[in-house]
Ligand binder design. Structure first.
Ligand code: OAD
Length: 242
């Protein structure tokens, strides 16, 4: 393990630009359930009923209840050492961009300034009819709230079947093209397009460091694959480079 952390640090110390891509596993040690795996949310709930535009059109109250429950979980959670380590990476000797699939806001709470939330944020709500967007941290949020234009407001998150926001994707692509190292932490690397980010960076010449409890489809392609908890490994990597 020490050898792999050293190898990761060696790659990072040579890099002028670094991107980290994070997923639910990075928030797992904050007590937030992941989606897949033994205790994953998608074992208990059906994504089709809760995380699609069709589900919201059919039963907005049910979707709101689920997001209210998740807001409650997130509100009780604090950043863990993985979030803190990733925030410290902004002080590294390289240009650093954090790309997260998480909607919980814990990276920002840990102090990260340059975060691209590709799946949106649970702490914003929006209207798909008139485009109104609002920051909202009320827990629970009366369900389902309505916009002044009369349409139901929805969480400002990306659901299955929806495109990622073009402006954010542009920034992600630009960072991936510049990256000399891409760190992929706590994601199963199965949900696209986020699952393709590391490969895009590697095709443009970046080295890849993966941190995960288990193997993923990315593991065989990674230059350094570290099997362990993000909350243990990320601080070790940061300690080795700062
Ligand atoms: P997943 O639940 O698919 O994967 C979590 C990954 O984190 C798994 O590979 C675990 O092995 C790993 N893991 C768990 N605990 C860990 C820890 N303490 N340290 C390191 N790794 C750990 O979550 P995501 O990959 O984030 O999208 O899922 C991607 C998207 O699918 C989510 O953004 C969400 C979901 O459906 C939407 O809802 C649109």
């Amino acid at each position: 393990m020490k050898h792999l952390v050293e190898k990761a640090a060696e790659l990072l110390n040579k890099a002028r630009a670094v991107v980290a891509v994070t997923g639910a596993g990075v928030s797992a040690e904050s007590g937030i359930p992941t989606f897949r795996g033994e205790d994953g949310l998608w074992n208990t709930y059906r994504a089709e009923d809760l995380a699609t535009p069709e589900a919201f059109a059919k039963n907005p109250a049910l979707v709101w209840q689920w997001y209210n429950w998740r807001r409650g979980l997130f509100r009780k959670s604090s950043p863990n050492p993985a979030h803190v380590a990733l925030a410290k990476m902004e002080n590294g000797p390289f240009d650093f961009t954090l790309v997260t699939q998480n909607i919980d806001g814990l990276h920002s709470l840990a102090g990260s300034k340059n975060v691209l939330e590709v799946h949106g944020s649970i702490w914003r709500i929006r209207c798909d009819t008139c485009g109104y967007v609002e920051h909202n941290e009320t827990v629970p949020l009366p369900e389902p709230p309505f916009c002044t234009c009369g349409a139901p407001l929805r969480p400002d998150v990306v659901w299955f079947g929806e495109a990622l926001e073009a402006g954010i994707i542009g920034k992600v692509m630009e960072a991936l093209m510049r990256a000399e190292v891409v760190i992929v932490a706590g994601t199963s690397s199965v949900v696209y397009p986020a699952a393709s980010f590391a490969v895009t960076a590697m095709q443009a010449g970046a080295a890849c460091i993966e941190v995960n409890l288990h193997n993923t489809p990315l593991t065989p392609m990674a230059d350094v694959a570290i099997c362990g908890k993000a909350g243990d490994i990320m601080p070790q990597i940061v300690k080795a480079i700062l």
